[in-house]
Design a protein around this ligand. Structure first.
Ligand code: 5GP
Ligand code: ZN
Length: 114
């Protein structure tokens, strides 16, 4: 999708600080970090949100979650604890409609989220 920001990051048309990459997933730092570790994990294939990703039914959601955990280990936040968030739909705060997992850590995280 040529007008999708994250597809453009996958295509390397827009720069991003990539921290990890697999054949089907990409992890890069959020441009506006909300915690010391704030990495976005996306499938390279375009799906608009977590619901559509779940319906893809080809193990891609699995790959995204595995990459999220690998990033947490790599960032050194896996032991203390980290949060994986999929904002799904505008009412939940989704602003970029290419599904992405936020991987947040490196500070105490309160619950419930805002
Ligand atoms: P959402 O609100 O859709 O859950 O999350 C979108 C995230 O993408 C936000 O945290 C925002 O800071 C991040 N973001 C928006 N534009 C860019 C960009 O061009 N590059 C990077 N690395 N992150 C972006
Ligand atoms: Zn896209």
């Amino acid at each position: 999708m040529s007008d999708c920001l994250f597809c453009q990051i996958v295509a390397k048309e827009i720069p991003a600080e990539i921290v990890y990459e697999t054949g089907r997933t990409l992890a890069f730092r959020d441009v506006n970090p909300q915690a010391p570790t704030h990495v976005l994990v996306i499938p390279k294939q375009h799906h608009r949100d977590a619901a559509e990703l779940a319906r893809a039914d080809d193990g891609l959601a699995d790959d995204v979650l595995k990459t999220a955990h690998t990033v947490a280990v790599q960032e050194g936040v896996a032991e203390d604890g980290y949060r994986v968030v999929f904002n799904t739909g505008p009412g939940a705060g989704q602003t970029v409609f290419h599904v992405h997992a936020h991987v947040l850590g490196g500070r105490g995280l309160t619950w419930p989220p805002g």
